[in-house]
Design a protein around this ligand. Structure first.
Ligand SMILES: [Ca+2]
Ligand SMILES: [Ca+2]
Length: 210
């Protein structure tokens, strides 16, 4: 039995792999492979034992590049109305090790050019003025890599329109006068009715309801 003669039968290979976060695991065999789940610097130590008590170790390090995240989905309404909240939603993609650490930032450029920022995967905001809003979602991973995607929302002024207005042409003294109206809100919001009646003597009466 001699190493010089090629004592390969009793030889064992132990690979000690230390991940970027400091945790480690062992692999056995002259050829091994593993999935580099997270980016960073990996340390590898190979120990070969010849079965007769002789061992030899070598070490090396190598870097694993971070996968840049991506915007997987961006859901924003095509249109909206002033005073009515707009719901935004997005999701980002990355390797499983980075998914939980993704952060979401929304940049909203208003029609006048001013900007606002929102955080979170599904925020909402209420446009105050009509016009085109440019909305950009930026997804950033814990390693600082980011990706963006944009969309636009056309915001219209919320308009209430009176569609029905019924007032009698004449009435008799001492009798009840019935007034009736209907209205719609282009934004789909609730409509309330306020009637202002001016009597012959100039005094006013305020009534609520349609
Ligand atoms: Ca990473
Ligand atoms: Ca990543």
């Amino acid at each position: 039995m001699s190493d010089v003669a090629g004592d390969t039968a009793g030889r064992t290979y132990t690979w000690r792999v230390t991940r970027p976060d400091g945790s480690a695991f062992n692999l056995g065999g002259s050829e091994v492979e593993f999935t580099a789940a997270a980016s960073g610097t990996y340390r590898v130590r190979l120990t070969v034992a010849d079965g007769d008590g002789g061992t030899s170790s070598v070490t090396a390090t190598f870097g694993v590049a971070n996968l840049v995240p991506f915007v997987e989905s961006l859901a924003i309404p095509a249109g909206g109305f002033t005073g009515v909240p707009l719901s935004l939603a997005g999701s980002g993609g990355d390797v499983p090790a980075d998914l939980a650490g993704l952060t979401y930032r929304w940049t909203i450029v208003r029609p006048g050019g001013s900007t606002a920022t929102l955080n979170g995967a599904s925020p909402s905001f209420t446009p105050a003025v009509a016009g085109v809003y440019t909305i950009t979602l930026t997804v950033t991973d814990a390693d600082g890599a980011s990706a963006s995607r944009s969309g636009i929302v056309q915001v219209a002024a919320s308009v209430v329109e009176v569609t029905r207005f019924e007032v009698p042409a004449s009435a008799s003294e001492g009798n009840v006068v019935r007034l009736s109206a209907g209205a719609t809100d282009a934004a789909g919001g609730a409509v309330s009715y306020t009637w202002t009646v001016t009597r012959p003597d100039g005094t006013t009466l305020i009534l609520f309801g349609n």
